[in-house]
Design a protein around this ligand. Sequence first.
Ligand SMILES: [Zn+2]
Length: 275
Amino acid sequence: MGGIYSSERMAGVFSYESSEIDWCEDNYKHSEHVVEYFNTISSFVFFIISPIMLYLLHPYAKERNLAIHIVWIMMIFVGLFSAYFHMTLSFVGQMLDELSILWVLAMGYSIWFPRKLFPSFIKDRSTFSRLVLVIAIITTLSSFVKPTANAYALNCFGLHLLYTLAVEMRCCTDQKVLRLAKLSVALWVLAISCWISDRFGCSFWQRLNFCYLHGIWHILIVIAVAYGSTLIAYLDANYEIPYSLPGLQYWPCDKWAVGLPHIVLKGTTKTQKRC
Ligand SMILES: [Zn+2]
């Protein structure tokens, strides 16, 4: 009996609407197989931006460390799990969606957190990465017992990252960098506002017949990550590979007011050897 019960429960976590969360968008409005249509479709923006960012950041990653690519490869998985979650609203979908975000943040953290800000008991980056890995594993395991554990860890990682950036920016005078920092924060605030508004102001948006804010959050947060991670990567390049003379540029055209930011390396390895 116990076996049947547990296998039913196992199947239950995969079933449609087994998650306790239901976003503002009307369920099954456009398809009988897709619970939240626009929220699912908007997750595809991850599949567009991630490969472009992988391509744009390749020269920097090649010079610094190819492991940097993990961040945008994992972002493809975030998009995949997000689409699966909104398509089914299943418990497994929710866990995969939330945990993949935690792992992207953990990866970014262990790759980019400035060495000079490591706690005194940590000597090098590999020790720091192992510590972040242990925290991410503990959070992953505990979120199966208590799903809110992940949200707390996400907020701690996120807020610490924001604080570190604010400290870094205080002594920065480069206008291009400051503009990128302001844009990153503005996009992030806008994205979070959409998320909160969809979660807690749904009845208001339903009256306006506009229940797409969670989908808009998906689009804004990918762009915010592209801006924010490039800013962090640029600061990192100045510390770790200064000989390569890193610069900031926008794709597809640097002169346009909008575009995807990336790092160009004006110096070559030869410059390093000469020095
Ligand atoms: Zn979502």
